[in-house]
Design a protein around this ligand. Structure first.
Ligand code: ZN
Length: 410
């Protein structure tokens, strides 16, 4: 078993040890692994992620990239690949990335306080804890948490932080622990339990690293909550992370406020206003296009000789999309006069619309015939058909439509 120095103190970030076993890289495990007699490196467990750092021997500095619990209570250090590795029995010096460790201590102790606050206020037990690169989260055994409960739990947790209560570690037997009313009792594995106590507020069994007093958590900031399979997930950040996150939020909000030329707290109102304006403008644009298509259709029909029955309108739009072409074709065929609209849009991807009313021509058949020669695809009914020609093709749409018009006449 590896002696775990972090059990004695979370503040041991430098230590001397001896290599007990070393495994060189292999195809299955490309990183060399080291087992030490004792270590201050924390392995990923109980929701807390592993430490990073370095092992030094003979002037060589090796990066510890991952730390995990191995078999028989041994801690496995995964090293980044290196041509020089220590041998079994060699003395090494371990250095932990202190900044990362302190962050983990803040998040982890903050989690104890937050979980206890949710129990004290709402009898909502924590069923799991996750520490991510950016956020941490706890899953509460409850179908929902409302925003007022979030604010109240955050306030209570921070009160415990400000009171700077001692955080103590002690060891008791399982029988003793059962009498103490722990917030969380681990499954029966060991006879001796490591208890972590936030004085007069939280008592739980935990093997993680914690700060020495609640004030060192700095602050606890709750973020979003969401429904998950096992209850409700509450995201939070503590200490430096909370400051970093608040800074990032502020920068984003400040930029948004500058874009709207307004104050931070007026941004939601401005966004609401803008969304309504956009919606109204979209509607105005649709109405205007509808009106335009109608007028263009009337003008096109008017330009046809009175004698022709049905009137055949041929039109290629070089600057309007297929939706407008469709609208135009509909307008041409809905005036009550027998008419055929052979319309195309040259805007990529180019499209063709054939529509008719009051004639015997079959638009679906006509379109298929027109497209067959140019490798296009499409189809439709007797009255309406739509298709496309390959994007970027050099097909002369005007000519294609003219030829279709000639086919109708014959
Ligand atoms: Zn803990």
């Amino acid at each position: 078993m590896t002696k775990r120095l972090y059990y004695d103190s979370s503040e041991i970030h430098e230590f001397d040890s001896v290599v007990e076993a070393i495994t060189p890289p292999s195809p299955e495990q490309p990183r060399p692994t080291v087992i030490l007699r004792e270590t201050a490196f924390y392995p990923t467990s109980g929701g807390q992620v592993h430490d990073l750092g370095w092992l030094t021997f003979n002037g060589e500095r090796l990066r510890v990239a991952e730390v995990a619990d191995g078999e028989d209570g041994r801690i496995v250090h995964y090293l980044e690949a290196s041509p020089k590795l220590p041998v079994a029995g060699a003395p090494v010096h371990g250095s932990i990335d202190s900044e990362r460790r302190r962050d983990h201590m803040q998040q982890h102790t903050g989690q104890h306080v937050l979980s206890a606050a949710f129990v004290e206020l709402y009898q909502m037990p924590t069923v799991s804890f996750h520490m991510g690169e950016e956020y941490c989260s706890i899953d509460l055994a409850t179908p929902s948490v409302d925003s007022e409960q979030i604010v109240t739990a955050e306030k209570r947790a921070n009160q415990i932080v400000y009171e700077d209560r001692p955080v103590r570690v002690r060891y008791v037997s399982r029988a003793e622990a059962e009498k103490l009313g722990l917030r969380k009792l681990p499954p029966a594995e060991r006879d001796e339990l490591r208890l972590v106590e936030v004085a007069d507020f939280d008592l739980s069994a935990c093997g993680g690293t914690h700060v020495g007093s609640s004030g060192q958590i700095g602050s606890i900031l709750l973020r979003k909550s969401e429904k998950v399979r096992q209850g409700t997930r509450v995201e939070f950040v503590c200490g430096n992370r909370a400051v970093r996150m608040a800074r990032r939020d502020y920068s984003a909000l400040n930029e948004a406020a500058a874009l709207f030329s307004t104050q931070l707290w007026d941004v939601p109102e401005q966004i609401r206003k803008n969304a309504e304006e956009s919606k109204s403008l979209r509607k105005q644009k649709e109405d205007a296009l509808d009106e335009l298509a109608g007028l263009m259709a009337l003008a096109a029909l008017h330009n046809q000789p009175e004698t022709s029955r049905p009137k055949i309108v041929v039109r290629v739009f070089s600057d309007r999309d297929i939706n407008f072409a469709k609208l135009f074709a509909q307008k041409v065929t809905r005036t009550g006069t027998p008419a055929i609209a052979l319309v195309a849009s040259a805007v990529d991807p180019p499209g063709i619309v054939f529509a008719q009313a009051g004639s015997t021509a079959d638009m679906g058949a006509l379109l298929k015939q027109a497209l067959s020669s140019v490798g296009g695809r499409g189809g439709g009914s007797r009255d309406f058909a739509q298709g496309g020609v390959p994007a970027g093709s050099k097909i002369n749409l005007e000519q294609l439509l003219r030829e279709a018009a000639v086919t109708i006449g014959t």
